[in-house]
Design a binder for this molecule. Sequence first.
Ligand code: UDP
Ligand code: MG
Length: 306
Amino acid sequence: MNNLISIVIPVYNEEDNISVLLERLTHVLNQEKIEYEIILVDDGSKDKTFKIIREAAEKDAGIFGLRFRRNYGQTIAIKAGVEHANGDICITLDGDLQHKPEDIPKFLNKINEGYDLVCSYRSERNDPFLRKFPSKIANLIAKKFSNLELKDFGSTYRAYCTKVAKEMLIYGEMHRFIPVFANMFTDRITEIPITLQPRIHGQSKYGLGRTFRVMSDLFIVLFFSRFFNRPMHIFGYISLALGLPGLTILTWLAIGKILGLITIMNYGPIFILGIILCIVAGQTMSTGVICEYLIRIYYNDKRKPY
Ligand code: UDP
Ligand code: MG
């Protein structure tokens, strides 16, 4: 285990926040004598964000910048930053000063207790009701289905064991559900309270439209977290649920026909329904088999997160 701590910060049009953030961040890190690398991921900013990152990187050998050619979104930015992390522990936080860099030692203390993922919950959240309400619902659903005892799945201020962080697949708005993904690889997950600071400079990059995207991502994440390792279970169930009625119909028609009780011609629609159900069941089953092969290839190929 190395002592380096990688700090990953996605930034999109945060020119007014970065300098203050870096100043406070490096102050805390130096004060605590933490060996650090700060990876700022510029997610296609149109303002002076990258210029400020470049200047900071020239002055401090522990500061690095990645720059996207266009705006890919916070999730991809976090993922890119984590992929470049060299420390065994990494921390992600927002670049808009809503997350206090002074909280970093609290996260590291928990990591030192042996946790692989330390999440945060916003004990005082100064967001408007229309932001808080959907996030409450998403948290309730995520908690119910994932069996993870977390209060807040969506807070992006987190500390990770880098191996686990690199392993997680995140797309769409899924940085919000990282704990659910992480739970596929570890159950050493905990959370600590933070106070979310109000945003002073710049604007939030999200509107209400995000609620729908978050909800659909939530569905995919829960699906993945339950069936990722055993796709045949879900495809097998669906296949049985379709195939059994299909087979029953066809058997019933066949027996009737053999005994000379019915003419198939008179049962056209139900005959076709039976055939369609059987064909779809067969297709679903073979999709399941293909997924089983894929998951085996996936695990053969992978660095193991343990
Ligand atoms: N961000 C990003 N790409 C985006 C949107 C946001 O890198 O497309 C960054 C943003 O600069 C900030 C963090 O992600 O550092 C959180 O974004 P924001 O503060 O807008 O989200 P909110 O706090 O409103 O949830
Ligand atoms: Mg913010």
